[in-house]
Ligand binder design. Structure first.
Ligand code: SF4
Ligand code: SF4
Length: 387
């Protein structure tokens, strides 16, 4: 098969943050120091070489950027300051835009105004939903004067309507993300020799394990315990919040503001989200660790949207406890105008998509490794070498 070279790849990758690729002279030092590299995946040097040579197809098929956790050991020791850790990060962004069939990821990463515009457009739709329909939001409230004297969410955001809205949103997000994951799988596996179904099934445990624990992060030489623990806590917090809002809304959005079992989970998720995002923002400003040295708009939006989602959630809860009806309704709307765009724009098209792509990459790497193992029958049939 002929190998297609695309010289535009280098300039294209610079738009994703990979502007140091030309400095690399392929000494291999980065791969030598990386604790996560292996014989099967000699990153980051190999991926950098693909970029330099314009091997776009190879870049699409590679899992290398997803196997990197950006500990920065390689960047610290690169003799050319090519910042291989940052190049892997740019590789991940580029891959996200390759997997996304809608093309929105590509627009968002290359032109930040697109990301802001999409977030604003979804926020405007949420605002419209609470102001235009007669049987919802502020127009429903106008029909019920008693709900203006005390907090009655049933006359502002009826649970049945919100619940169906949540379900439709979750189904749409899942469809987008899974279709992009299918494209990723196609790119990665298209050149593999026939992989038995059993390899896909046996390695499913890897997908679940890495999605739940991100445990490879701990294998980096640099002590990443802080980053790993913080990330794990964040995952549990937004997983909990998503479950409360989408699955357990009937128990979460209750009419009386007294303590319920869902309150405990809500407090846990909110406090973790608030604390962890503040902590990450501080680290990004300090720029001490490699992982926080190069923050672009997507990184700040990730932190900022999570922070304001939890802050508005706390204020909403406070106004409810104080029985301040208008403040509660307005904060409910503001909360959704932050949370819904964050989910709708960032999960399928932005940085959040790594929640699925990274464990999927580790799973596909395990499937490929299993498929390469000689079968028992092949081992038995192999001719013995005479002494
Ligand atoms: S990125 Fe740096 S360490 Fe890695 S191969 Fe290039 S020059 Fe060497
Ligand atoms: S940033 Fe860390 S994990 Fe990523 S390639 Fe460099 S050394 Fe390896």
């Amino acid at each position: 098969m002929s190998v297609r070279v695309d010289p535009a790849v280098i300039t294209d990758l610079a738009r994703y943050g990979g502007d140091t690729v030309s400095k690399c002279f392929n000494c291999g030092n980065c791969t030598a120091v990386c604790a996560l590299t292996s014989q099967d995946s000699v990153f980051p040097r190999r991926y950098i070489r693909y970029i330099q040579m314009g091997l776009k197809r190879k870049m699409q098929e590679s899992l290398d950027p997803w196997l990197c956790y950006y500990c920065g050991d390689c960047s610290d020791t690169c003799p050319r300051q090519a910042e291989p850790g940052k190049l892997m990060m740019a590789g991940r962004r580029w891959l996200i835009s390759m997997y996304d069939w809608t093309g929105l990821s590509r627009l968002m990463y290359r032109w930040p105004a697109w990301e802001i515009g999409l977030l604003a457009a979804v926020a405007a739709v949420v605002l419209g939903l609470f102001t235009i329909p007669a049987n919802f939001g502020f127009r429903l409230l106008a029909q019920h004067p008693e709900a203006r004297r005390t907090v009655m969410l049933a006359f502002f955001a009826p649970k049945e309507v919100v619940h169906w809205g949540d379900i439709i949103m979750a189904a749409g997000l899942a469809a987008l993300l899974l279709s992009n994951a299918a494209r990723m799988t196609y790119y990665v596996m298209r050149n593999s020799a026939a992989v038995p179904l059993s390899a896909y099934l046996v390695e499913l445990k890897e997908l679940i394990l890495h999605a739940m624990t991100q445990k490879r992060w701990r294998e980096c030489k640099t002590d990443n315990s802080k980053h790993w623990l913080r990330h794990l806590a964040l995952v549990t917090a937004y997983g909990t919040m998503f479950a409360l809002v989408v699955v357990f809304l009937y128990w979460f959005q209750v009419e009386d503001a007294s303590f319920h079992w869902t309150s405990l989970l809500g407090y846990y998720a909110t406090l973790i989200l608030l604390g962890a995002t503040l902590w990450i923002a501080r680290d990004r400003l300090a720029q001490r660790d490699q992982i926080h040295k190069h923050s672009d708009l997507a990184d700040w939006l990730f932190v900022g949207l999570l922070f304001f989602t939890s802050l508005t959630g706390i204020l909403l809860h406070l106004f409810r406890l104080l029985d301040q009806p208008m403040a509660t309704y307005v904060m409910y709307l503001v909360h959704l105008m932050v949370a819904v765009p964050m989910l709708v724009v960032e999960v399928p098209f932005g940085k959040w998509s790594h929640l699925l792509y990274r464990p999927l990459a580790l799973y596909l790497a395990a499937v490929q490794a299993r498929a390469r193992q000689p079968q028992v029958s092949e081992v038995k049939m192999a001719p013995t070498v005479p002494a």
